[in-house]
Design a binder for this molecule. Structure first.
Ligand SMILES: Cc1cc2nc3c(=O)[nH]c(=O)nc-3n(C[C@H](O)[C@H](O)[C@H](O)COP(=O)(O)O)c2cc1C
Length: 368
C-alpha cells in the first residue's frame, strides 16, 4: 500500500483509520479493537461520545496498556442544540410538558412491545457540560488524534495544537467543510451518505472529490462505503490520502456487539440499512426495524438534539435490558450488505491495505 503524506502526519504505516463509533457506552470501539488496528499499522479510534468523562479516561488508558502506537478519539460535539444545559431529568420533564405527542408515542411503545420501563440511570446527556468534559479528557490525555463530528472545532484547535494533538473534522457536505477549514483543522474526513451512523445526503463518490478540491490542500480521508481494498483504492483515486472505515470494523471479533445485532449485520442487505431521524433528531443510518415504520406512521417531526435522543434512549435501554435487540438501533452503513464474515481486526486491516495495493496494480495492468 503506498504511503501517503497522511502516514507522516499521523505517524502510522498504513493510511487507514478505524472510525470512531460511539454507541453503547464504548462497546463497539473497545480498547481491544482500537489497539489491534493501531498495532497492525493503521490507526484505531475510540468512539468517545457515549462515554462519561471518567469512562473515556479509563478507555484511553486501557488502549495505552495494549499498544504503544498512536490512536485517536472521536467525539460528537453538536453545533446546534435544543438546550444548552439541563440534566436528563430536566429534558425528560420538558418533553413531557411541551411535547406531549412525542412523549405519548414512546410511552405507547412500552405497552405495544411488552417492554418494562427501565430508565437510564445517568444524568449526563449531550449538552456542553458533557462534551466540554469529554474534550478536556482527550486534551489532558494527549491522544494523537481528536476527531470532531457534527460540530465546530474552532475553540478546540488551538488547545489541541498546544497539547500536540492533531484535530480532524468529519464533514458530510461542503457547508460543514467551511467550518472545519475556518477552524484550521489538521485533516478532514469526507463521509458520504451511505455510511453508518449520522449522515448527510450526498454520497461518497460526489462528495469526496468536491471536498478534496475545496479543502485548501488539507489531507482528506474518504469515508462511507469503504470496506475492502477496492474501496480504499477508489478513495485514493478520488483524491483522498486515506480511508476512515466504520462498518467494515463492526465485523471485527474485538467489537462487543450483541449476537442479535451481529446477525443483522451479517445477514442484512444494503437496502436494510436506512437513514432515520428517530434516535437523535439528526439523520442516522441504522438497520431498519419495526419502530421506524411506527414512527413514520405517527407523522411526528423529530425534536432537536439532545431532546430526541433523551426521548428515545430510555426505551432503547429498557428494550436492550430485556434482550429485545430487534427494537433498538443498530447503526451500520450500506456496505454491510457486502460483508458476511467476522474476523480479527488485524485481518480486516490487512485486507483493506493489501487489497488496495493489489487493486492499484490491477488498474495499472488494465490500462497498459
Ligand atoms: C455503529 C456506528 C457508530 C458510529 N458512531 C459514530 C460516532 O460516535 N461519532 C462519529 O463521528 N461517527 C460515528 N459513526 C460514523 C463513523 O465514524 C464513520 O464515519 C462511518 O462508519 C464511515 O462509513 P462506513 O460505515 O460506511 O464505513 C458511527 C458509525 C457506525 C457504523
Amino acid at each position: 500500500m503506498p504511503r501517503t503524506p497522511l502516514c507522516d502526519l499521523l505517524s502510522i504505516r498504513h493510511p487507514v483509520v478505524q472510525a470512531g463509533m460511539g454507541i453503547w457506552r464504548g462497546l463497539v470501539t473497545s480498547p481491544e479493537l482500537v489497539a489491534a488496528v493501531s498495532n497492525a499499522g493503521g490507526m484505531g479510534c475510540l468512539g468517545g461520545s457515549g462515554l462519561t468523562p471518567k469512562e473515556l479516561r479509563a478507555a484511553i488508558r486501557r488502549v495505552r496498556e495494549l499498544t504503544s502506537h498512536p490512536f485517536g478519539v472521536d467525539l460528537i460535539i453538536p453545533a446546534a442544540l435544543s438546550t444548552q444545559d439541563g440534566t436528563r431529568a430536566d429534558i425528560r420533564e420538558d418533553i413531557r410538558r411541551n411535547h406531549p405527542r412525542h412523549f405519548a408515542f414512546v410511552e405507547a411503545l412500552y405497552e405495544r412491545h411488552g417492554v418494562p420501563r427501565n430508565p437510564i440511570d445517568l444524568e449526563l446527556t449531550w449538552t456542553p457540560a458533557l462534551t466540554d468534559a469529554q474534550a478536556n479528557v482527550v486534551l489532558e490525555e494527549r491522544v494523537a488524534l481528536l476527531v470532531i463530528a457534527l460540530g465546530d472545532p474552532a475553540a478546540l484547535v488551538p488547545r489541541a495544537r498546544e497539547a500536540g494533538i492533531k484535530v480532524g473534522g468529519l464533514v458530510g457536505s461542503l457547508g460543514n467543510l467551511r467550518r472545519q477549514i475556518e477552524a484550521d483543522v489538521d485533516l478532514v474526513i469526507a463521509q458520504g451518505a451511505e455510511a453508518g451512523g449520522h449522515v448527510g445526503s450526498v454520497s461518497t463518490f460526489p462528495l469526496l472529490p468536491q471536498v478534496v478540491d475545496a479543502a485548501r490542500g488539507k489531507p482528506v480521508l474518504g469515508a462511507g462505503g469503504i470496506a475492502d481494498g477496492r474501496g480504499v483504492a477508489a478513495a485514493l483515486a478520488l483524491g483522498a490520502q486515506g480511508a476512515w472505515v466504520g462498518t467494515a470494523f463492526l465485523f471485527a471479533e474485538e467489537v462487543q456487539i450483541h449476537a442479535d445485532h451481529r446477525a443483522q449485520l451479517v445477514q442484512g442487505r444494503s437496502e436494510d440499512f436506512a437513514a432515520t431521524r428517530i434516535y437523535t433528531g439528526k439523520s442516522a443510518r441504522t438497520f431498519r426495524n419495526v419502530i421506524h415504520a411506527e414512527w413514520a406512521a405517527a407523522g411526528l417531526e423529530p425534536l432537536g438534539m439532545p431532546h430526541q435522543k433523551v426521548l428515545f434512549e430510555d426505551f432503547l435501554h429498557a428494550a436492550r435490558s430485556v434482550g429485545r435487540l430487534d427494537l433498538i438501533s443498530n447503526p451500520a452503513g450500506q456496505i454491510a450488505g457486502m460483508l458476511r464474515e467476522v474476523r480479527p481486526a488485524a485481518a480486516i486491516l490487512h485486507d483493506l491495505v493489501h487489497g488496495a495495493e493489489a487493486q492499484i496494480e490491477h488498474l495499472h495492468a488494465c490500462i497498459r
